[in-house]
Ligand binder design. Structure first.
Ligand code: SF4
Length: 582
């Protein structure tokens, strides 16, 4: 094996239970280094193992060298903890973080000897379930799943294993178990779907009292996020109209700063990590940020532990705090204006002005930085050439600001990365009805930008585009037909599609053709506002009327305030959830 540590288990803090009433395999359909960096899986590993009689173990998608070895040796895919073949578990639970890992789910099932489709499984096969952000449009993956968990998993996963335990003890059939599961809030059982099915997303209300990762596993090999990760807040109040996470994790729920401090101490001491990071969608908006950040930096630094703030806006108050600035210096300075003109930033509700960006850049340059990263998207709804050229214009202004400073006051040369991705319309956003811009037009806009940014001193343009964006758009807004396409693509050898070196556009094209459709039919499709959507039967709490209102406001270029300032009523009148954080 290229990296045996991906499969051997035995890591510090991993949990091995020889006896258990219910065996749950937590499966991540990508390689170990990515899966072990996923905080949600770490939380569930702890929550499930903390339950009496439940053993939760892990497995990750085997890299091609391991897949080859398993096939040649006629061995089954196994868990890291006890090396038990996955087919012997009671439950196989997949985390769905991005659509382009779907073929790996089929690979893992097949290597486990478990029939791919739920309809083909018998009483002795494990219950196959999934959850995670992609589950909010379950249809492209539904035929492969016995149940889909929609929303926060902590409580739902426990209710599910308790139901499995009871069903086993009472000798009930799988069908009876699925009927019981389908009555749980947030659980979708595809085989029991009717025209009336409505799945309401599950949330944990009090994040502060919700269990966290316990004693986290320390891997033997470097993983993507190799540090203690502390979730300070779930949800985001900013309401960027393209952002699925911003809508589907509402309302904002926070952990108290004392709890975060407590967790930081406990997790550092039981892992030996020398770095902690404060995670959320937008840590700068955490209501106790000004209290927590200086405190945690001070205390952690005393123990030679550094603090990373990956999603922190460098606002003026924090910028005045030297200890914070030093931390940010290490992490690098990033801005995400997302669009090049104010008009388009208003359309997407990115409530940030050019003045904000210029001021933050100027502050940073004066504090001695010379590296900055800017994130944009191309292909956003209503985008024109002027908006594309606006990206280069903004980069030019930032560069001019840097070089206008006296040489002795600024860093040596500016290093500005302008990173441009392609817009992908996502379900449960204000742009869910929009078509994705066709690949040729995206390439033309990229070239336009490339030409315009050429003379900008210190700027480096990085355009991320491949046919992958089209597939991502197709699967994120797809229907049940795509399940058949997915299986064909898997049979044609597609695996690890998110990895450039493994992505096979030719095989995908063939798979779509086998079913008489094209990826573009899905990606470039604009839905009529009153047309039924494949994900309409899922209720993510933010109402469709609210998304519609946001879409209409976007058309008029009207912004919607951050809901910490004013409740915008995104849950409608049906829910009593108090989404405001005092
Ligand atoms: S700030 Fe905007 S893009 Fe970032 S998580 Fe919040 S809504 Fe999404």
């Amino acid at each position: 094996m290229e990296k045996p540590a991906r499969y051997i288990g035995g890591e510090w803090n991993s949990i091995v239970k020889e006896r258990a009433d219910v065996r749950f395999a937590l499966l991540f359909p990508d390689v170990y280094e990515i899966g072990m960096s996923h905080l949600g899986s770490r939380i569930l590993y702890h929550v499930l193992n903390d339950e009496e009689g439940v053993a939760c173990e892990r497995a990750f998608a085997p890299w091609p060298d391991m897949e080859r070895a398993l096939t040649e040796e006629n061995e089954r895919l196994f868990s890291l903890e006890t090396k038990r073949p996955l087919g012997e578990f009671d439950v196989l639970g997949f985390s769905l973080l991005y659509e382009m890992c779907y073929t790996n789910i089929l690979q893992m099932l097949e290597l486990s000897g478990v029939p791919l489709r739920a309809a083909g499984r018998g009483e002795n096969d494990p219950l196959v379930i999934c959850g995670g952000p992609c589950a909010c449009n379950p249809e492209p993956i539904a035929p492969f799943m016995d149940a889909v968990l929609i929303g926060d998993g902590e409580e739902m996963a426990l209710e599910l294993v308790r139901a499995v335990k009871r069903a086993k003890a009472e000798g009930r059939s799988k069908r009876e178990l699925l009927e019981e599961l389908s009555a749980l809030r947030g659980v979708y059982v595809p085989s029991l779907k009717t025209a009336e099915t409505k799945i309401v997303r599950r949330i944990v209300r009090d994040l502060d009292k919700t269990p966290f990762t316990g004693e986290p596993i320390v891997p033997y090999l470097g993983i993507v996020h190799d540090r203690v990760a502390l979730e300070v807040m779930r949800g985001c109040t900013r309401g960027c109209r393209f952002c699925q996470a911003g809508y589907i994790y509402r309302p904002v729920r926070e952990r108290k700063s004392e709890t975060v401090m407590e967790l930081a101490r406990q997790q550092v001491s039981c892992t030996g990590y020398d770095e902690v990071s404060l995670l959320s969608l937008s840590t700068g908006d955490y209501s106790e940020v000004h209290k927590l950040v200086p405190q945690i930096i001070r205390e952690m630094q005393a123990g030679r532990v550094s603090v990373a703030l990956p999603s922190l806006r460098v606002d003026s108050v924090l910028a005045n705090d030297l200890s914070v600035m030093q931390t940010v210096r290490k992490a690098g300075l990033t801005f995400a204006p997302e669009a090049g003109t104010q008009r388009l930033r208003d359309v997407i509700n990115k409530n940030v002005t050019e003045d904000d960006i210029m001021r933050a850049a100027a502050d940073a340059f004066e504090a001695g930085w010379n590296g900055v990263k800017l994130y944009f998207m191309i292909g956003l709804p209503t985008e024109t050439d002027e908006d594309v050229l606006g990206i280069a214009e903004l980069a030019r202004k930032i560069s001019a600001r840097f070089y206008a400073m006296p040489k002795e006051k600024r860093g040596r040369g500016l290093r500005m990365t302008v990173s441009v991705s392609t817009f992908v319309p996502k379900p449960f956003t204000a742009f869910q009805w929009c078509a994705q811009v066709a690949p040729d037009e995206i390439r033309r806009r990229q070239e336009l930008l490339r030409g315009a940014i050429k003379g900008v001193r210190g700027a480096e343009l990085k355009c991320h585009y491949s046919d992958l964006s089209v597939l991502e758009a197709a699967f994120s807004r797809g229907d049940g037909t795509l399940a058949d396409v997915l299986e064909s693509a898997y049979r044609l050898g597609c695996r690890f599609d998110a990895w450039t070196e493994h992505f096979r556009p030719d095989a995908w094209e063939k798979a779509f053709a086998e079913h008489g459709v094209r990826a573009a039919d899905y990606a470039e499709r604009a839905y009529a506002l009153d047309a039924p959507l494949p994900w309409d039967f899922v209720d993510m709490l933010v109402t469709k009327q609210y998304l519609l209102r946001e879409w209409e406001r976007a058309q008029r270029g009207e912004t919607t305030p951050d809901c910490r300032e004013k409740c915008n009523g995104c849950f409608g009148a049906r829910y009593e959830t108090d989404c405001r954080v005092s």
